[in-house]
Design a protein around this ligand. Structure first.
Ligand code: CS2
Length: 504
């Protein structure tokens, strides 16, 4: 993986340019107060930057041990760079480079599972934070609860406490260990795009514990009931694409250093959190984080207006041959559909927080999506739709359907998703759709093969629980989705968007 030209020095602690460092403290493993699960780009360009600002503001035990999931490549590269990497802020006006330098170690669950469990259970660990994506919570889209059929969950409930396979297993086994030994309190901080992410994580943790064999759950249940663990809700926002050679080259040109794992990110960043920390926290407000008693309005605003609309832009764009989100929003029919779903279908389903200027927020969303220097790909936003759309679409759709209104653009969103993931045999949705990864791809493909047209396919998909159970009361919704599926197949995404606009 090392693509360093021999003449360029590697980024390390010794070579990090002083002016790019977010803080100037020396962190050692003894300063670790946060263990973070999910060492991907989002954590490294979001929470890590706020933690760097917090450390610049005041000293504290907030060094972060980063834990990688399946892939060990980032962990290995970080080790070779003394845990340093660059955040490359990308805007049409140019690039800005910073080095958070907040990590005190890296581990990989696949390689060092026991060390991961030890770190999660250590008394010095005060915050267990998470960016494991919607898919990492092993929840069932149908029930919203723990997916008890998931092989990893089944294995983790049965057994091996020292090396669980799932995030839920890791959290619960660590909580049991803490409860049984030192009892030091802990904050479990979800930083993923789930509505009520803290509450959702707490419910899944409790459900996991409730399914443990008798004798294994009592102590940890009592310890949780005594208030030793908090699960604050958070709203996280920053568009962070995957790393490409373009950022490696840009960092090499600007800093004269080879960084194997720089992270591109847009200039915009936002973090809203409930201030319920069981064992104190970094001064993240120094980096601009907002602490409030009620995160939900911010979460709904973000998960629906940004993420929900983003999904439609990704699927329509991919079907129209667009590699990136800015290429997609450059198509007038995509922007028109995005405006319609945002204003007519998502917006009526939420209350805008008092301190948010809606017009400015929406204008900024379109500017962010059109940041062509960022190269955010339709396939990235389009991946894992089965778990993402469950968070974005059903509640607003139900609101309209119960009021007797058809949410045409929400139906179009699901139709475009299904057309990308499970095209009818003989039709080709193109390379960008084909590259989308989704845990439900096989299941959807099987349903498509078993049904003869769009409406029967969409009915089978909703019956299978893709969007939860409540939408089953409204068969008119899958019918509309199915009509759009057929239009996309016969006349393309543009024609389907025109039909949605005409009906709305
Ligand atoms: C996107 C998000 O991939 C997706 O589903 O909508 O990752 C989005 O870019 C971030 O939530 C922005 O904060």
């Amino acid at each position: 993986m090392n693509t360093a030209p021999t003449q360029t020095a590697r980024l390390t602690a010794a070579t990090s340019p002083v002016g790019t460092l977010l803080h100037h403290r020396t962190l050692t493993p003894a300063d670790t107060g946060i263990v973070h699960l999910g060492l991907g780009n989002f954590h490294r360009a979001h929470q890590a930057v706020y933690t760097g600002a917090a450390l610049a503001h005041e000293e504290g035990p907030w060094g972060t041990l980063g834990v990688a999931g399946r892939s060990t490549a980032v962990a290995d590269a970080l080790r070779a760079q003394d845990l340093r990497y660059t955040v490359a802020e990308v805007s049409p006006d140019g690039m800005r480079y910073t080095i958070p330098a907040i990590h005190t170690g890296v581990l990989a669950t696949t390689r060092e599972p026991k060390q991961v469990q030890r770190a999660l259970a250590a008394p010095g660990t005060r915050i267990l934070s998470l960016t494991v994506t919607e898919n990492g919570y092993t929840y069932s889209p149908r029930t919203g609860g723990l997916d008890l059929d998931h092989p990893g969950i089944r294995a983790d409930l049965r057994g091996n406490r020292a090396a669980p396979q799932t995030t839920l297993g890791r959290i619960v086994r660590a909580l049991q260990e803490r409860a049984a030994t030192h009892g030091a309190p802990l904050t479990v901080l979800s930083c993923d795009n789930l509505v009520g992410n803290g509450d959702h994580t707490r419910r899944l943790v409790e459900e996991f514990i409730a399914h443990l064999p008798a004798g294994e759950c009592e102590e940890v249940t009592a310890w949780l009931a005594a208030g030793n663990v908090s699960f604050p809700n958070t709203m996280v926002d920053r568009i962070v694409p995957a790393t490409t050679d373009a950022e490696r080259t840009a960092v090499a040109d600007a800093l004269g250093l080879h960084d194997e794992v720089p992270v591109p990110a847009e200039p915009f960043t936002m973090w809203v959190l409930e201030d319920r920390f069981a064992a104190s926290r970094p001064a993240w407000e120094a980096g601009g984080a907002l602490f409030t008693d009620d995160v939900e309005p911010y979460e709904l605003l973000k998960v629906r207006l940004l993420n929900g609309t983003h999904s439609l832009i990704a699927y329509l764009g991919a079907l129209a041959g667009c590699d990136t989100i800015p290429q997609s929003t450059a198509q007038p029919f995509v922007t028109e559909a995005a405006r319609a779903v945002l204003h007519n279908e998502y917006l009526p389903s939420l209350t805008v927080p008092d301190d948010v200027d809606l017009d400015a927020y929406v204008a900024q969303l379109f500017t962010r999506w059109s940041n062509s220097a960022l190269g955010h790909r339709t396939r990235q936003v389009g991946s894992d739709g089965s778990v993402k759309l469950r968070q974005r679409v059903p509640d607003p759709a139900l609101l309209h359907l119960r009021a007797g209104r058809m949410p045409h653009h929400l139906a179009l969103t699901i139709a475009a998703y299904l057309s990308c993931l499970a095209p009818a045999s003989g039709s080709d949705p193109g390379e960008h759709a084909a590259a989308m990864i989704d845990p439900s791809r096989e299941r959807l493909t099987a349903l498509r093969a078993r049904t003869e047209d769009g409406p029967s396919f969409a009915a089978a998909v909703l019956d299978d629980g893709l969007l939860g159970d409540e939408l089953r009361e409204h068969p008119e919704f899958p019918s509309r989705i199915g009509e759009f599926v057929d239009i996309i197949q016969s006349r393309g995404p543009h024609a389907a968007a025109l039909e949605a606009a005409r009906s709305a």
